[in-house]
Ligand binder design. Sequence first.
Ligand code: SIN
Ligand code: CO
Length: 368
Amino acid sequence: MKLPISESRFLREYWQQKPLLLPQALPGFSSPLSAEELAGFAMESFVESRLVAKSHGVWTQQAGPFNAQDFDRDDEWTLLVHGLDQWHAGVAALRTHVDFLPRWRFDDIMVSYAIDGAGVGPHFDRYDVFLLQGDGSREWRVGGHCDDDTPQLQANGLTLISEFEPTDTYLLAPGDILYIPPGVAHWGIARGESLTFSLGFRAPSIADLLAHRADNLLELLATTSLLEDMPDLPPGRPGEITLEHIRNAKDALANASDALDNHRWFGETVTRERASEADDFFDSQLSLTGPCVRLSGRTRVAWTEREQHLDVFINGETFEVPSSAIHNLMALCRQEHLVLAHLADADETLLTALVAMGAIEDCDNDGR
Ligand code: SIN
Ligand code: CO
């Protein structure tokens, strides 16, 4: 992805702060899928899709799966298909354009098709999004920062900003990207038929991180560990809990947490799979026939370098893998394929873990 500024300046001044237009970030970009293929995915029950329409000023929203008649309509409509990177290798390959950002934050690629004049209305999202224009063009109106106090209206399952005042308007052509940080108001309106790819980054919730860290620590903590009083315990009044008692307990908790922390809660939380109806459908479908493999689109992988090995997190579980597997692991994270015949013994541990988690698949015949 070609940024108009340096990556470090983008991270310092724009990321999670300000919108930025990236004109021709992907020069010569041609959409890896057509509107017809998108409609096909929206007909599948294992794919999450929505149809947003506006007729005589009234917004409606419908959840998929859809059938062909649903797309034969005369109102202003947009079809949105979520998580398409899980199901389409060409869409999944778009992830590599944002590799300079922490991959563990990456959520999904949503693809929307809108007819001329259609859009999903003024709103804000809680995640960072790169809006990559595929086919056609789309006008993006961008406003200020919003939060829970911003007046919003509920319209048939849609949450829209009631008084949207755009401060900037951008017309995106294929290959242009508009970056929108969390909380910034925006509204895309198709100019002609338009296909847009939204590369979304979602932060893990503090509640999830805290719960997972506590679970991991409790597994490691001896139940015999008891709270000790501070050495200079002052005499207390009958029945009283003092701030010192609490401070002492907080210190003890922090010390125990730090001493036992193996840091795995973080990788396990951020790679945990989103609950998906497809789980049963796709379980145990794995049989590698070679000659090469790649991560399946549904896999979330992250890793941490430890002194003696790598902690590899695959869909919420940790595996210890020899350090020498690092290059192949990074290649997989870059969406590249591995030739099975070229793997060393150390890579077998990695491959076994990936196979056990159903996280890997054969490449297409052309190696994609
Ligand atoms: C769209 O593609 O029209 C909606 C994407 C968004 O606003 O986040
Ligand atoms: Co949005």
